[in-house]
Design a protein around this ligand. Structure first.
Ligand SMILES: NC(=O)c1ccc[n+]([C@@H]2O[C@H](COP(=O)([O-])OP(=O)(O)OC[C@H]3O[C@@H](n4cnc5c(N)ncnc54)[C@H](O)[C@@H]3O)[C@@H](O)[C@H]2O)c1
Length: 386
């Protein structure tokens, strides 16, 4: 008989991320058989009529619900994925933690650092685990870069550029969904993409000391959606309404270590699809990463200083969690695999009572940096992080 403890899983919000979390639960034991728990799909909740039922039919959740509050009250549910829009993160996160459910919650965890803190405090108070959807740190090449930096292979890190460029909002017919509203989305590209950038920056280079930022809205109006939306729906011809949050941010960073950084993120970059990555320089070397070539890490290592060759490392077993997916270097992994790694970190945290992967504290630190960027952009000048 199987010795694994059964964990009842619920997913709240079944848009893009709800689906990806569900697929990750379904696959996690295929890749991480060492897990001592087995996730079982108990309930899915979504407010769009029929969407939860469709998810239940396709993925095998035992119950399909319209109201997430029923999930909080359900004793069969041990762990909850929160993949609803940002304005619901704090309310749902606090309620689920209060009900004793462990939570895997999507970034940016609410509309502000206060929201992220409320969820983190609720989880700490209830003694439940909280894992956050900062999936890019799960890429084996990012793990390899982190190890190289920590080992001193680059010498002392001097400066870095972190970029997150996308065209997902570049089309003028892109519907005015919750993402573009202050009340339901909070910030714009700050929470959506820069939050990942801040997490990568902290994960690789340590805490941020201070920053100065500039933001801009480039597409000031969008058509209102004509029906239910998921992901980046178009709404050609709809009545238009105002975009309330920023399309673009550029930010200078000073790290506690003394290193300097530039973080730039934009959601309306025509010609850019998932151009996410970093270039990190040290006194002796450098590393380069581009999410679109996720399995490659650019390296310049040695002591030549000038004209030092640059090579490509194809990540393989031994780098991060690569070995759980492929037997030899240069076999491709994909975005969804990063979520399987995250599901493993989450379920392992629950099984062992010890946090693994990105935690709610990481979400709070990221949100504090995002709030500081918004404040700096509004008032001008450098902002010191606490
Ligand atoms: N980690 C990543 O790479 C990544 C990528 C995309 C989105 N996200 C995050 O995931 C979250 C969801 O984004 P998405 O792209 O999946 O959005 P989405 O619009 O595709 O899905 C959101 C879902 O939540 C549902 N919903 C809305 N109100 C609800 C309620 N009261 N109760 C239950 N369900 C409700 C919607 O009907 C929809 O199905 C956001 O916080 C976003 O920042 C993370």
């Amino acid at each position: 008989m199987e010795k694994r403890r059964r964990l009842g899983v619920a997913v709240v919000g079944f848009g893009w991320m709800g689906r990806v979390h569900t697929q990750a639960y379904a696959r996690v034991l295929h890749h991480f058989p060492q897990l001592t728990v087995r996730p079982e799909l108990v309930a899915v909740a979504d407010e769009v009529p029929g969407r939860a039922q469709q998810a239940a039919d396709q993925f095998g959740f035992a119950s399909a619900l319209d109201d997430w509050r029923e999930v909080a009250a359900d004793p069969r549910v041990d762990v909850v994925s929160i993949a609803a829009p940002n304005f619901l993160h704090a309310e749902i996160g606090v309620a689920m933690a209060g009900a004793g459910k462990h939570i895997w919650i999507e970034k940016p965890v609410g509309l502000s650092a206060a929201d992220a803190r409320a969820v983190a405090d609720a989880a700490a108070g209830a003694g439940v685990q909280g894992t956050v959807g900062f999936n890019y740190r799960n890429a084996p090449a990012v793990a390899a870069a982190r190890e190289l930096i920590a080992s001193g292979a680059l010498g002392t890190v001097t400066h870095a550029r972190i970029r997150l460029f996308s065209d997902y909002a570049a089309h003028p017919d892109g519907a005015l969904t919750w993402r573009y509203e202050r009340e339901r989305g909070g910030s714009g590209v700050l929470g959506d993409l820069a939050s990942h950038g801040v997490d990568l920056a902290r994960h690789l280079l340590g805490e941020i000391d201070s920053l100065v930022a500039d933001t801009a809205v480039f597409l000031a109006e969008r058509p209102r959606p004509t029906g239910a939306t998921a992901g980046h729906t178009r709404a050609a011809g709809g009545e238009s309404g105002p975009v309330e949050n920023e399309d673009y941010v550029s930010c200078l960073l000073r790290f506690v270590s003394g290193a300097r950084g530039v973080l730039e993120a934009c959601r309306v970059s025509v010609g850019e699809q998932n151009n996410y990555g970093f270039e990190i320089h040290g006194t002796e070397g450098a590393v380069f990463w581009d999410f679109r070539r996720m399995g490659e890490l650019g390296l310049s290592l040695g002591t030549a200083y000038q004209d030092q060759p640059v090579s490509t490392l194809y990540v393989g077993p031994g780098h991060g969690e690569y070995a759980a997916f492929q037997p030899g270097a240069a076999n491709s992994m994909g975005y969804d695999d990063l979520k399987v790694v995250e599901a493993y970190a989450f379920l392992r945290s629950v099984a062992e009572g010890t946090p693994y992967g990105a935690t709610l504290r990481d979400a709070v630190r990221s949100a504090e940096a995002l709030d500081a960027m918004a404040g700096s952009a509004e008032q001008g000048g450098w902002v010191r992080l606490s």
